[in-house]
Design a protein around this ligand. Structure first.
Ligand SMILES: Nc1ncnc2c1ncn2[C@@H]1O[C@H](COP(=O)(O)OP(=O)(O)OP(=O)(O)O)[C@@H](O)[C@H]1O
Ligand SMILES: [Mg+2]
Length: 254
């Protein structure tokens, strides 16, 4: 088991956003976490990645208890993530955005940088090669010299995925990677995420759009902070509770 979420609860004042939630992700899987608006999906992501601590419960990653670790520690341990509100360097090029993310693990010192040593130049060349490989994997290489802010929305979101991959994660966590996209951007992004999966990274995806099910090995459904069902995409599609959470539940349609 790569990620284990054990009885996780988060209260914001009187509101229980996540309520005794359990889930796991095995190495090599693509797991979808789906649920209506306000179900607690992003809160689960934020608890796993250390954005804020849980009220109770535990999170284990790769055999280690990461429950109250800070976001930078969680990133160093091997969890890369995107945010629902995509965070990019708008005035950097696409390639620079991905290269900048690779600097989570600086291998050159400030001395190397200041004196432009061979080690510094070699390290920078490696980072830029790897950034280019990631862009190729996701189908973004032809945009490498564009400024991030000039990319269409859907491609900006995949650039967020490229940035997360640049940190060499064991687990990639995507928060609504298809949010706000038009149909052609959705097709492009489903292919990009599928390529990322084929490169060997384990993926946990929060999504609203049921088209994501085509990529998932397993799906966990959350409603009002609780897991309401879990299974193959097909089992989940056929489950009545899921159908009512999405189409007839108090949250309205998704
Ligand atoms: N920092 C916070 N402070 C107070 N309440 C919060 C906070 N973050 C989330 N909530 C509340 O917790 C509940 C779950 O929110 P969350 O963002 O996790 O839902 P979600 O499933 O990601 O929804 P969406 O599909 O709209 O992104 C909501 O009622 C939300 O208003
Ligand atoms: Mg959310």
């Amino acid at each position: 088991m790569l990620l284990q979420i054990d009885n996780l609860t988060k209260r914001f004042g009187g509101l229980t956003a996540v309520d005794g939630f359990n889930a796991y992700v095995d190495e090599g899987e693509v797991v979808g976490l789906i649920g209506p608006n306000g179900a607690g999906k992003s809160t689960v992501f934020n608890l796993v990645t250390g954005v804020f601590p849980p009220t109770s419960g535990r999170v284990f990653f790769d055999g280690e208890d990461i429950t109250r670790k800070k976001p930078h520690t969680v990133a160093e341990l091997g969890i890369g993530r995107t945010f629902q509100m995509n965070l990019l360097f708008a005035d950097f090029t696409v390639l620079e955005n991905v290269s900048a993310s690779s600097h989570v693990y600086p291998r050159s010192s400030l001395f190397d940088m200041y004196f432009n040593t061979r080690r510094y130049r070699r390290n920078e060349a490696e980072i830029s090669d790897r950034a280019l490989q990631i862009l190729q994997l996701l189908g973004l290489e032809s945009y490498k010299d564009e400024l991030a802010k000039n990319l269409p929305h859907g491609y900006q979101k995949m650039l967020g995925v490229a940035r997360a991959l640049a940190t060499k994660p064991k687990l990639l966590m995507l928060d609504e990677p298809l949010g706000g996209m038009n149909p052609s951007e959705i097709d492009f992004s489903l292919q990009a995420i599928s390529n990322a999966r084929d490169s060997g990274v384990t993926v946990l995806i929060v999504e609203h759009n049921m088209q994501i099910l085509s990529l998932c090995d397993r799906v966990v459904v959350i409603s009002f902070g609780q897991k309401i069902c879990e299974g193959s995409p097909r089992e989940v599609r056929e489950n009545e509770e899921v159908i009512s959470a999405y189409f007839g539940g108090k949250h309205g349609s998704a």
